[in-house]
Ligand binder design. Structure first.
Ligand SMILES: *[C@@H]1O[C@H](CO)[C@@H](O)[C@H](O)[C@H]1NC(C)=O
Ligand SMILES: *[C@@H]1O[C@H](CO)[C@@H](O)[C@H](O)[C@H]1NC(C)=O
Ligand SMILES: *[C@@H]1O[C@H](CO)[C@@H](O)[C@H](O)[C@H]1NC(C)=O
Ligand SMILES: *[C@@H]1O[C@H](CO)[C@@H](O)[C@H](O)[C@H]1NC(C)=O
Ligand SMILES: *[C@@H]1O[C@H](CO)[C@@H](O)[C@H](O)[C@H]1NC(C)=O
Length: 346
């Protein structure tokens, strides 16, 4: 489905810089199959595997480890997913301060067992995968070199203000399936001036957080409890292209007139809310998802304030199924305004 393809594409493009080390996120078990695991290099923890051709990578996944292995000098890509590791000591990374990728998904890590200084030693860390653990707070402070952070499916309710501050190259952040409220996010991304992709789906936000960087292009808040949108909130994001707010508590009264008329938007998902009217959107919007709301009326002025040779909506796909609306509710001017629409689902 269209909604799923876009972020994947971004990950593929960004991930392709190191194709041979690409951590196939979401399907970790598949990982070693596409890599010729030769005999282990000499400089490797005995229980792990260091491919001869890529001696800077150490694979220690799926080993039922309860503790971190010995990590020898020279390792830059460390794979520890699917173990039972409970903690990280202060000196765990002593030998590898130049570690670039660290994969800790599907372990038993809790904040109490991670020593405060553990991550700050890593002067070159770019990617940290720490999803499916037992964290209640985001770990850190994280190094300034970070680009990607995956910390989904924990119980994170807090991000201390210094954890992410000033991470100028941080690009992709996944925090879905946690227990974050808007106040725990507000201010956390100060100085993250490269942030492009932020997923906060499946959390506990009742309001939109403040202080997100204006560089964001992909912003996902699906499955929260957001009931209203501050006037001009999204206008602050000049690069925002993909916005998702499905499965929230949005009513017409909580959506100011031009809340979603943001000139850069390409795709907007407002499905599974309580809207009775179609909100005004920008002319350039291509995909609008409004299925399962309470929409009763099709008002062309939500898409076109005026209709002319160059003034028309670029909508291609519009979903209105699961509302109280039929083709009989379509106004005459619909086809002049929605000139590009190839697909209107009712
Ligand atoms: C660091 O490397 C040395 C030599 O390879 C090893 O003896 C030591 O246990 C390592 N320390 C850690 C914390 O992994
Ligand atoms: C997660 O933490 C809770 C307490 O905070 C503990 O009871 C539980 O056993 C932990 N689970 C794992 C898998 O470590
Ligand atoms: C951020 O990325 C740029 C370009 O790759 C690099 O020159 C710079 O050193 C990075 N900043 C940090 C803090 O790593
Ligand atoms: C959206 O905003 C633009 C620029 O302010 C305005 O010209 C346009 O009429 C608005 N569209 C709708 C549907 O309100
Ligand atoms: C659906 O719309 C019709 C008229 O457009 C109205 O009579 C009916 O009450 C509406 N049903 C619901 C469930 O709102």
């Amino acid at each position: 489905m269209h909604l799923q393809i876009i972020p994947l594409l971004v990950l593929l493009i960004i991930g392709s810089v190191y194709p041979q080390y690409d951590y196939d996120y979401g399907v970790p078990d598949d990982y070693p199959s596409n890599l010729a695991l030769g005999p282990s290099g000499p400089n490797c923890a005995p229980e792990c595997n260091c491919p001869y051709n890529y001696p800077s990578a150490m694979y220690c996944d799926n080993l039922k480890l309860k503790q971190m292995p010995i990590i020898p000098t020279g390792i830059q890509y460390l794979y520890l997913q699917n173990n039972m590791i409970e903690g990280i000591d202060d000196d765990t990374f002593k030998n590898v301060t130049d570690l670039k990728w660290l994969v800790l998904d599907h372990n038993h890590l809790s904040n109490a067992n991670i020593k405060k200084g553990a991550f700050s030693k890593l002067k070159e860390l770019q990617k940290l995968y720490i999803s499916y653990n037992n964290l209640t707070e985001l770990v850190g402070p994280l190094p300034k070199t970070m680009t990607d952070l995956y910390a989904t499916n924990n119980k994170i309710a807090k991000i201390a203000s210094n954890i992410l501050e000033g991470l100028e190259n941080l690009t992709i952040v996944h925090l879905e399936h946690n227990a974050l409220k808007e106040d725990s996010i507000s201010g956390a991304f100060k100085g993250a001036k490269s942030l492009l992709y932020l997923d906060l789906s499946y959390n506990e936000m009742t309001k939109l957080p403040t202080g997100l960087p204006p560089s964001i292009g992909f912003l996902y808040f699906d499955n929260n409890k957001i009931g209203n949108i501050p006037e001009a909130y999204f206008q602050n994001f000049k690069a925002l292209q993909y916005l998702r707010l499905s499965h929230n508590d949005l009513k017409d009264s909580g959506v100011p007139g031009s809340a979603f008329n943001v000139s850069s938007l390409v795709e907007l998902d407002l499905s599974f809310n309580l809207l009775e009217k179609i909100p005004a959107v920008n002319e350039g919007l291509e995909n609008l998802y409004l299925q399962v709301n309470k929409i009763q009326k099709f008002d062309v002025s939500s898409f076109c304030k005026i209709i002319g040779p160059l003034d028309y909506s670029r909508i291609k796909h519009l979903r209105l199924d699961g509302n109280n609306i039929t083709r009989a509710d379509f106004p005459q001017e619909l086809h002049n305004c929605l000139r590009m629409a190839s697909d209107i689902e009712l």
